[in-house]
Design a protein around this ligand. Structure first.
Ligand code: AOS
Ligand code: ZN
Ligand code: ZN
Ligand code: ZN
Length: 424
């Protein structure tokens, strides 16, 4: 199914009056409101191919209907999201789940939906059918050179798929680590991983980046070989200029100060991108902004301080994507909510009075600094974000239109009641 301009225009017409009133009210207090709206219009966040189906937990999976069964249908789903919000103009693929059969056809299809190919993802955390060596005891860290070689070759193959599609980056998330003390020699595991990554790095085209994602735990529960941002930064620094750290919001030990990590990675020129999601306990992969919206806002505040104010561009200098998994909600509704939450946090952070904050910091006026931040955070910026959508030709209320058009019902009719999306 497709969503056309007329359906969007008709929906917007019905909501436009209220929108105008709310936007005008905000505009009264904001001299540079059009500049802010323009930044929101250009903001794009990539959707991972594996977030379009019901993820389940290790205890079970309650499958939903109408889920995409192949890469073409995944692109179509993200096309629907992008038509609704004009902010999801990219897809992130996972190999081997999304191996294209016909590159040209896939590129054309993505183009028709206005989608670019964001970071490619490799998979050495599962054994695939017909694979020679098992990753049970790790991949790039493995004690056996033959296993490491297999993991390296796989990543190089992923780069090749990406080149054909026009992607410009590779994200490596390693499940490698250990579950019991004594299982690993930490230094050897690090060295093996580094050498493996170096071989992959050598295969990167000149205009590509490699993102090294870190994660504190799971599936290994005693040590992780890329366990935190320090270790990731160590790998990225040793690898070279094309290597960066990737921050997944759910991959820290509880209560980590993620905004500070972001600030320092930016300072070092080593922040590569984000996996947006939210969590209360661990790598919960919940809808972005559903648990800790203030943290998300503070992260964006650091991003603006470290990027916008220094001439960096979000679209070109960072890889942004959602990494979430849905057990209860319709995955497409959930992704619309995540994108909305990201835009809200960005908009709020753009409203921070930077001069006042700088002044408060310079004079140790702690109370004032808090006032400045919370003034922005407590502004209801939803009319701003909606205005950006209106100007971009998207729906004023994407979730509402999604329901009005009964998108899920129509996908179920097309694809069936019991579907399993390939992926997690
Ligand atoms: C795993 O926890 C990481 O978040 C990965 O980035 C991602 O979820 C995985 O690559 C998807 O298969
Ligand atoms: Zn991730
Ligand atoms: Zn994760
Ligand atoms: Zn996650």
């Amino acid at each position: 199914m497709n969503i056309d301009r007329n359906q969007i225009a008709e929906h917007n017409k019905r909501l436009e009056h209220t929108q105008q009133r709310r936007f005008a009210q905000l505009a009264e207090d904001m001299p540079n409101i059009d500049g802010v709206v323009q930044k929101l219009v250009s903001f794009q966040v990539a959707i991972p191919s594996w977030a379009l189906g019901t993820g389940g937990t290790r205890f079970g999976r309650f499958s939903g209907g109408g889920e995409p069964g192949n890469l073409e249908e995944k692109i179509a789903d993200i096309g629907l999201l992008h038509a609704l919000n004009q902010s999801s103009g990219a897809i992130s693929l996972h190999i081997p789940w999304d191996i294209p059969k016909d590159y040209a056809a896939i590129r054309t299809l993505a183009e028709q939906h206005g989608l670019a190919f964001d970071a490619m993802n490799s998979n050495t955390f599962q054994d695939q059918q017909g694979q020679t060596h098992s990753y049970k005891f790790g991949s790039m860290q493995h004690v056996d050179r033959a296993v490491r070689k297999q993991a390296i070759d796989h990543n190089i193959e992923v780069i090749k798929h990406g080149i054909e599609l026009g992607s410009k980056s590779l994200t490596v998330w390693l499940a490698d680590g250990s579950s019991f003390p004594g299982q690993l020699n930490f230094r050897r595991a690090f060295q093996n991983t580094l050498e493996s990554l170096q071989e992959v790095y050598a295969a990167l085209p000149a205009d590509w980046k490699i993102f090294v994602e870190y994660k504190a735990f799971e599936p290994n529960f005693y040590s992780t070989t890329v366990g935190d941002w320090g270790q990731s930064l160590l790998y990225a620094s040793k690898l070279g200029d094309k290597a960066y750290t990737l921050v997944d919001l759910g991959h820290h030990l509880p209560n980590a100060n993620i905004e500070q990590i972001v600030a320092l990675l930016l300072m070092e020129g080593k922040l590569g991108g984000f996996h947006f999601n939210d969590s209360k306990y661990g790598d919960d992969d919940l809808t972005t902004g559903s648990i800790k919206p203030y943290q998300l806002f503070l992260i964006f505040s650091e991003l603006i301080e470290g990027m916008d104010n220094r001439g960096m561009e979000h679209a070109k200098d960072l890889g942004w994507m959602i990494d979430a998994s849905h057990n209860l909600k319709d995955p497409l509704e959930d992704l619309l909510q995540s994108v909305e939450a990201i835009l809200i946090a960005y908009a709020q952070a753009l409203l921070i009075d930077r001069n006042a904050l700088n002044e408060a910091q310079a004079t140790n006026d702690v109370a004032r600094a808090q006032e400045v931040l919370q003034q922005a955070f407590r502004t209801d910026v939803r009319p701003l974000v909606a205005e950006a959508r209106l100007r971009a030709g998207a729906a004023l209320n994407p979730v509402q239109l999604y329901r009005e058009l009964d998108v899920r019902g129509r996908l179920v009719k097309e694809r069936g009641e019991k579907t399993v999306a390939t992926g997690l």
